[in-house]
Design a protein around this ligand. Structure first.
Ligand code: C2E
Ligand code: MG
Ligand code: MG
Ligand code: MG
Length: 287
Protein backbone atom coordinates (compact mmCIF):
# COMPACT_ATOMS: atom_id res chain seq x y z
CA UNK A 1 0.00 0.00 0.00
CA UNK A 2 2.74 2.43 1.11
CA UNK A 3 4.81 1.46 -1.89
CA UNK A 4 2.13 2.11 -4.42
CA UNK A 5 1.36 5.45 -2.81
CA UNK A 6 4.98 6.51 -3.20
CA UNK A 7 5.08 5.33 -6.76
CA UNK A 8 1.88 7.16 -7.46
CA UNK A 9 3.29 10.46 -6.22
CA UNK A 10 4.98 11.31 -9.48
CA UNK A 11 1.77 11.42 -11.43
CA UNK A 12 -0.26 12.57 -8.45
CA UNK A 13 0.62 16.25 -8.85
CA UNK A 14 -0.45 16.71 -12.47
CA UNK A 15 -2.45 13.69 -13.49
CA UNK A 16 -5.09 15.84 -15.19
CA UNK A 17 -2.59 17.71 -17.31
CA UNK A 18 -0.90 14.54 -18.48
CA UNK A 19 -4.14 12.94 -19.50
CA UNK A 20 -5.38 16.11 -21.16
CA UNK A 21 -2.20 16.62 -23.11
CA UNK A 22 -2.27 13.01 -24.25
CA UNK A 23 -5.89 13.23 -25.34
CA UNK A 24 -5.21 16.40 -27.31
CA UNK A 25 -2.18 14.83 -28.96
CA UNK A 26 -4.27 11.81 -29.95
CA UNK A 27 -7.05 14.04 -31.31
CA UNK A 28 -4.49 16.06 -33.25
CA UNK A 29 -3.01 12.99 -34.96
CA UNK A 30 -6.41 11.53 -35.79
CA UNK A 31 -7.77 14.89 -36.93
CA UNK A 32 -4.83 15.35 -39.28
CA UNK A 33 -5.73 11.99 -40.85
CA UNK A 34 -9.42 12.87 -41.02
CA UNK A 35 -8.62 16.10 -42.87
CA UNK A 36 -6.25 14.30 -45.23
CA UNK A 37 -8.89 11.67 -46.03
CA UNK A 38 -11.64 14.30 -46.19
CA UNK A 39 -13.95 12.44 -43.80
CA UNK A 40 -15.19 15.59 -42.03
CA UNK A 41 -18.64 16.65 -43.24
CA UNK A 42 -20.87 19.58 -42.51
CA UNK A 43 -24.36 18.80 -41.30
CA UNK A 44 -26.91 21.56 -41.78
CA UNK A 45 -29.30 23.24 -39.38
CA UNK A 46 -32.20 25.21 -40.91
CA UNK A 47 -32.72 28.91 -40.20
CA UNK A 48 -36.40 29.82 -40.21
CA UNK A 49 -37.84 33.15 -41.31
CA UNK A 50 -40.40 34.15 -38.68
CA UNK A 51 -42.63 36.10 -41.06
CA UNK A 52 -43.59 33.00 -43.07
CA UNK A 53 -42.00 29.97 -41.43
CA UNK A 54 -39.83 29.18 -44.43
CA UNK A 55 -36.23 28.01 -44.42
CA UNK A 56 -34.13 31.01 -45.43
CA UNK A 57 -30.82 29.24 -45.06
CA UNK A 58 -28.93 26.48 -43.33
CA UNK A 59 -25.89 26.65 -41.07
CA UNK A 60 -23.04 24.26 -41.80
CA UNK A 61 -21.91 22.56 -38.58
CA UNK A 62 -18.91 20.29 -39.04
CA UNK A 63 -19.19 16.66 -37.96
CA UNK A 64 -16.45 14.08 -37.49
CA UNK A 65 -17.61 10.49 -37.92
CA UNK A 66 -15.00 8.67 -35.82
CA UNK A 67 -14.53 4.88 -36.20
CA UNK A 68 -14.46 4.29 -32.42
CA UNK A 69 -15.97 7.34 -30.80
CA UNK A 70 -18.97 7.85 -33.07
CA UNK A 71 -19.86 11.39 -34.12
CA UNK A 72 -17.34 13.69 -32.43
CA UNK A 73 -18.65 17.15 -31.51
CA UNK A 74 -16.91 20.23 -32.96
CA UNK A 75 -16.55 21.52 -29.38
CA UNK A 76 -14.08 18.66 -28.85
CA UNK A 77 -11.91 19.19 -31.91
CA UNK A 78 -12.23 22.82 -33.14
CA UNK A 79 -10.08 24.05 -30.18
CA UNK A 80 -7.44 21.42 -31.04
CA UNK A 81 -7.61 22.42 -34.70
CA UNK A 82 -7.08 26.05 -33.66
CA UNK A 83 -4.12 25.24 -31.38
CA UNK A 84 -2.39 23.19 -34.05
CA UNK A 85 -3.06 25.32 -37.13
CA UNK A 86 -5.18 22.53 -38.66
CA UNK A 87 -8.15 24.94 -38.59
CA UNK A 88 -7.15 26.53 -41.89
CA UNK A 89 -7.27 23.25 -43.84
CA UNK A 90 -10.37 22.14 -41.93
CA UNK A 91 -12.14 25.47 -42.47
CA UNK A 92 -11.36 25.51 -46.19
CA UNK A 93 -12.71 21.96 -46.56
CA UNK A 94 -15.95 22.77 -44.73
CA UNK A 95 -16.38 25.97 -46.77
CA UNK A 96 -15.89 24.16 -50.05
CA UNK A 97 -18.19 21.28 -49.18
CA UNK A 98 -20.87 23.64 -47.86
CA UNK A 99 -20.80 25.77 -51.03
CA UNK A 100 -20.90 22.63 -53.21
CA UNK A 101 -23.91 21.30 -51.32
CA UNK A 102 -25.69 24.67 -51.28
CA UNK A 103 -25.17 25.17 -55.02
CA UNK A 104 -27.66 22.30 -55.52
CA UNK A 105 -30.27 23.76 -53.12
CA UNK A 106 -33.09 26.09 -54.26
CA UNK A 107 -31.66 29.49 -55.13
CA UNK A 108 -33.50 31.34 -52.35
CA UNK A 109 -31.74 29.32 -49.65
CA UNK A 110 -28.43 30.52 -48.23
CA UNK A 111 -25.66 28.60 -46.51
CA UNK A 112 -23.93 29.90 -43.38
CA UNK A 113 -20.36 28.83 -42.59
CA UNK A 114 -18.51 29.41 -39.30
CA UNK A 115 -15.05 30.99 -39.51
CA UNK A 116 -12.31 30.87 -36.90
CA UNK A 117 -10.42 34.12 -36.23
CA UNK A 118 -7.29 32.19 -37.26
CA UNK A 119 -8.61 31.90 -40.81
CA UNK A 120 -8.51 35.70 -40.99
CA UNK A 121 -5.00 35.79 -39.56
CA UNK A 122 -3.74 33.39 -42.27
CA UNK A 123 -3.97 36.32 -44.69
CA UNK A 124 -5.47 34.47 -47.68
CA UNK A 125 -9.11 34.20 -46.60
CA UNK A 126 -10.45 36.47 -49.35
CA UNK A 127 -8.82 34.43 -52.11
CA UNK A 128 -9.90 31.15 -50.47
CA UNK A 129 -13.52 32.36 -50.50
CA UNK A 130 -13.29 33.71 -54.05
CA UNK A 131 -11.79 30.43 -55.32
CA UNK A 132 -14.49 28.35 -53.64
CA UNK A 133 -17.28 30.53 -55.05
CA UNK A 134 -15.76 30.25 -58.51
CA UNK A 135 -15.22 26.47 -58.28
CA UNK A 136 -18.68 25.72 -56.93
CA UNK A 137 -20.64 28.33 -58.88
CA UNK A 138 -22.47 29.42 -55.71
CA UNK A 139 -23.63 33.06 -56.07
CA UNK A 140 -21.87 35.14 -53.36
CA UNK A 141 -25.20 36.44 -52.05
CA UNK A 142 -26.08 32.90 -50.99
CA UNK A 143 -23.05 32.63 -48.69
CA UNK A 144 -23.07 33.88 -45.11
CA UNK A 145 -19.90 33.85 -43.03
CA UNK A 146 -20.30 33.65 -39.25
CA UNK A 147 -17.70 35.41 -37.15
CA UNK A 148 -17.46 35.94 -33.40
CA UNK A 149 -16.66 38.95 -31.28
CA UNK A 150 -13.21 37.53 -30.48
CA UNK A 151 -12.21 38.34 -34.04
CA UNK A 152 -12.99 42.00 -33.47
CA UNK A 153 -11.07 42.32 -30.20
CA UNK A 154 -7.77 43.20 -31.84
CA UNK A 155 -9.34 45.93 -34.03
CA UNK A 156 -7.06 44.80 -36.85
CA UNK A 157 -7.22 46.89 -40.01
CA UNK A 158 -6.48 43.75 -42.00
CA UNK A 159 -9.59 42.09 -40.57
CA UNK A 160 -11.73 45.16 -41.32
CA UNK A 161 -10.39 45.30 -44.88
CA UNK A 162 -11.10 41.61 -45.44
CA UNK A 163 -14.65 41.97 -44.11
CA UNK A 164 -15.27 44.93 -46.43
CA UNK A 165 -13.84 43.01 -49.40
CA UNK A 166 -16.01 39.98 -48.65
CA UNK A 167 -19.11 42.17 -48.48
CA UNK A 168 -18.12 43.88 -51.69
CA UNK A 169 -18.28 40.43 -53.32
CA UNK A 170 -21.86 40.16 -52.05
CA UNK A 171 -21.09 37.72 -49.22
CA UNK A 172 -22.98 38.38 -45.97
CA UNK A 173 -21.35 38.61 -42.55
CA UNK A 174 -23.08 37.40 -39.37
CA UNK A 175 -22.09 38.12 -35.77
CA UNK A 176 -22.37 34.71 -34.10
CA UNK A 177 -22.97 34.12 -30.35
CA UNK A 178 -23.73 37.81 -29.92
CA UNK A 179 -23.42 39.07 -26.36
CA UNK A 180 -21.02 36.41 -25.10
CA UNK A 181 -17.72 38.02 -26.17
CA UNK A 182 -15.58 40.52 -24.34
CA UNK A 183 -15.45 43.28 -26.91
CA UNK A 184 -17.19 46.61 -26.43
CA UNK A 185 -20.16 47.84 -28.43
CA UNK A 186 -17.89 50.31 -30.21
CA UNK A 187 -16.90 47.62 -32.70
CA UNK A 188 -20.42 47.82 -34.10
CA UNK A 189 -19.35 51.12 -35.69
CA UNK A 190 -16.14 49.94 -37.32
CA UNK A 191 -17.06 46.45 -38.47
CA UNK A 192 -19.43 45.83 -41.36
CA UNK A 193 -21.98 43.04 -40.83
CA UNK A 194 -25.46 42.02 -41.93
CA UNK A 195 -26.82 39.85 -39.14
CA UNK A 196 -26.75 39.44 -35.37
CA UNK A 197 -27.24 35.94 -33.97
CA UNK A 198 -28.42 36.16 -30.37
CA UNK A 199 -26.54 33.52 -28.40
CA UNK A 200 -28.56 30.57 -27.17
CA UNK A 201 -27.59 31.26 -23.56
CA UNK A 202 -29.93 34.30 -23.69
CA UNK A 203 -32.73 32.38 -25.41
CA UNK A 204 -32.96 29.29 -23.21
CA UNK A 205 -35.30 29.92 -20.29
CA UNK A 206 -36.24 33.30 -21.75
CA UNK A 207 -39.93 32.96 -21.00
CA UNK A 208 -39.55 32.69 -17.25
CA UNK A 209 -36.72 35.19 -16.80
CA UNK A 210 -37.18 38.97 -16.88
CA UNK A 211 -33.45 39.68 -17.14
CA UNK A 212 -33.10 37.51 -20.24
CA UNK A 213 -36.17 39.16 -21.74
CA UNK A 214 -34.68 42.61 -21.17
CA UNK A 215 -31.37 41.55 -22.74
CA UNK A 216 -32.94 39.93 -25.80
CA UNK A 217 -35.35 42.84 -26.28
CA UNK A 218 -32.46 45.30 -26.27
CA UNK A 219 -30.41 43.22 -28.73
CA UNK A 220 -33.41 43.10 -31.07
CA UNK A 221 -33.90 46.86 -30.90
CA UNK A 222 -30.16 47.42 -31.35
CA UNK A 223 -30.21 45.20 -34.43
CA UNK A 224 -33.25 46.99 -35.82
CA UNK A 225 -31.60 50.36 -35.28
CA UNK A 226 -28.55 49.15 -37.16
CA UNK A 227 -30.74 47.76 -39.95
CA UNK A 228 -29.41 44.19 -39.68
CA UNK A 229 -31.20 40.83 -39.55
CA UNK A 230 -31.75 39.42 -36.06
CA UNK A 231 -31.61 35.67 -35.56
CA UNK A 232 -32.26 33.83 -32.30
CA UNK A 233 -30.17 30.72 -31.71
CA UNK A 234 -31.14 27.72 -29.61
CA UNK A 235 -34.94 28.08 -29.85
CA UNK A 236 -36.37 24.94 -28.26
CA UNK A 237 -39.97 25.74 -27.31
CA UNK A 238 -43.12 27.18 -28.87
CA UNK A 239 -43.36 29.79 -26.11
CA UNK A 240 -39.83 31.05 -26.87
CA UNK A 241 -40.76 31.19 -30.53
CA UNK A 242 -43.95 33.19 -30.05
CA UNK A 243 -42.24 35.59 -27.62
CA UNK A 244 -39.43 36.21 -30.12
CA UNK A 245 -41.86 36.68 -33.01
CA UNK A 246 -43.94 39.16 -30.99
CA UNK A 247 -40.78 41.15 -30.21
CA UNK A 248 -39.99 41.42 -33.93
CA UNK A 249 -37.12 38.94 -34.18
CA UNK A 250 -36.62 38.08 -37.87
CA UNK A 251 -35.25 34.56 -37.81
CA UNK A 252 -34.86 31.57 -35.51
CA UNK A 253 -32.78 28.44 -35.34
CA UNK A 254 -32.97 25.59 -32.88
CA UNK A 255 -34.10 22.12 -31.94
CA UNK A 256 -37.76 23.25 -32.05
CA UNK A 257 -37.42 23.23 -35.84
CA UNK A 258 -34.56 20.84 -36.44
CA UNK A 259 -31.09 19.85 -35.27
CA UNK A 260 -28.30 19.77 -37.84
CA UNK A 261 -28.91 17.02 -40.39
CA UNK A 262 -26.89 15.44 -43.20
CA UNK A 263 -27.25 17.04 -46.63
CA UNK A 264 -29.58 14.40 -48.16
CA UNK A 265 -32.14 15.06 -45.41
CA UNK A 266 -31.83 18.82 -45.93
CA UNK A 267 -32.42 18.34 -49.65
CA UNK A 268 -35.65 16.46 -48.80
CA UNK A 269 -36.78 19.24 -46.44
CA UNK A 270 -36.05 21.90 -49.04
CA UNK A 271 -37.88 20.05 -51.79
CA UNK A 272 -40.98 19.79 -49.58
CA UNK A 273 -40.73 23.56 -49.13
CA UNK A 274 -40.31 24.18 -52.87
CA UNK A 275 -43.24 21.88 -53.55
CA UNK A 276 -45.35 23.97 -51.19
CA UNK A 277 -44.77 26.96 -53.48
CA UNK A 278 -42.96 30.25 -53.16
CA UNK A 279 -45.46 31.96 -50.92
CA UNK A 280 -47.11 29.46 -48.58
CA UNK A 281 -46.17 26.35 -46.72
CA UNK A 282 -43.22 25.49 -44.59
CA UNK A 283 -41.17 22.32 -44.46
CA UNK A 284 -40.67 22.42 -40.72
CA UNK A 285 -43.34 22.61 -38.07
CA UNK A 286 -43.99 26.22 -37.11
CA UNK A 287 -46.72 27.34 -34.76
P1 C2E B 1 -22.46 27.80 -33.23
O1 C2E B 1 -21.94 28.30 -34.52
O2 C2E B 1 -23.00 28.83 -32.30
O3 C2E B 1 -23.54 26.71 -33.60
C1 C2E B 1 -24.67 26.46 -32.84
C2 C2E B 1 -24.51 25.23 -31.97
O4 C2E B 1 -25.66 25.11 -31.15
C3 C2E B 1 -24.39 23.93 -32.73
O5 C2E B 1 -23.60 23.04 -31.96
C4 C2E B 1 -25.83 23.45 -32.76
O6 C2E B 1 -25.98 22.07 -32.97
C5 C2E B 1 -26.28 23.85 -31.38
N1 C2E B 1 -27.72 24.06 -31.32
C6 C2E B 1 -28.54 24.44 -32.31
N2 C2E B 1 -29.81 24.57 -31.90
C7 C2E B 1 -29.81 24.24 -30.59
C8 C2E B 1 -30.85 24.19 -29.60
O7 C2E B 1 -32.02 24.45 -29.84
N3 C2E B 1 -30.48 23.83 -28.34
C9 C2E B 1 -29.18 23.52 -28.03
N4 C2E B 1 -28.91 23.18 -26.78
N5 C2E B 1 -28.17 23.57 -28.95
C10 C2E B 1 -28.50 23.94 -30.21
P2 C2E B 1 -22.40 22.23 -32.60
O8 C2E B 1 -22.80 21.69 -33.95
O9 C2E B 1 -21.94 21.27 -31.56
O10 C2E B 1 -21.30 23.32 -32.85
C11 C2E B 1 -20.68 23.97 -31.76
C12 C2E B 1 -19.82 25.11 -32.23
O11 C2E B 1 -18.70 24.64 -32.95
C13 C2E B 1 -20.52 26.08 -33.16
O12 C2E B 1 -21.30 26.98 -32.44
C14 C2E B 1 -19.33 26.74 -33.83
O13 C2E B 1 -18.83 27.78 -33.02
C15 C2E B 1 -18.33 25.62 -33.87
N6 C2E B 1 -18.28 25.07 -35.24
C16 C2E B 1 -19.08 24.15 -35.82
N7 C2E B 1 -18.71 23.92 -37.09
C17 C2E B 1 -17.64 24.72 -37.33
C18 C2E B 1 -16.80 24.96 -38.47
O14 C2E B 1 -16.97 24.39 -39.56
N8 C2E B 1 -15.78 25.86 -38.32
C19 C2E B 1 -15.57 26.53 -37.14
N9 C2E B 1 -14.54 27.41 -37.07
N10 C2E B 1 -16.34 26.34 -36.06
C20 C2E B 1 -17.37 25.46 -36.15
MG1 MG C 1 -22.49 29.58 -35.93
MG1 MG D 1 -23.92 30.55 -32.55
MG1 MG E 1 -22.88 29.10 -30.06
Amino acid sequence: RAKSETRGTFSFFEPGMDARAQTRRKIEIELRGAIQNEVLRPHYQPLIGLSNGRITGCEALVRWPHPERGMVSPADFIPVAEDTGLINALGAQVLKRACQDAAAWPDDVRVAVNLSPLQFRAGNLLSVVMDVLKQTGLPPKRLELEITETLLLEKSSQVIATLHALRALGVRISMDDFGTGYSSLSYLRSFPFDKIKIDQSFVRGLCSNRELQAIVRSIISLGMGLGVTITAEGVETETELSWLRAEGCHEAQGFLFSAARPNPEIIDLLSVQSGAGKTGGSAVQVA
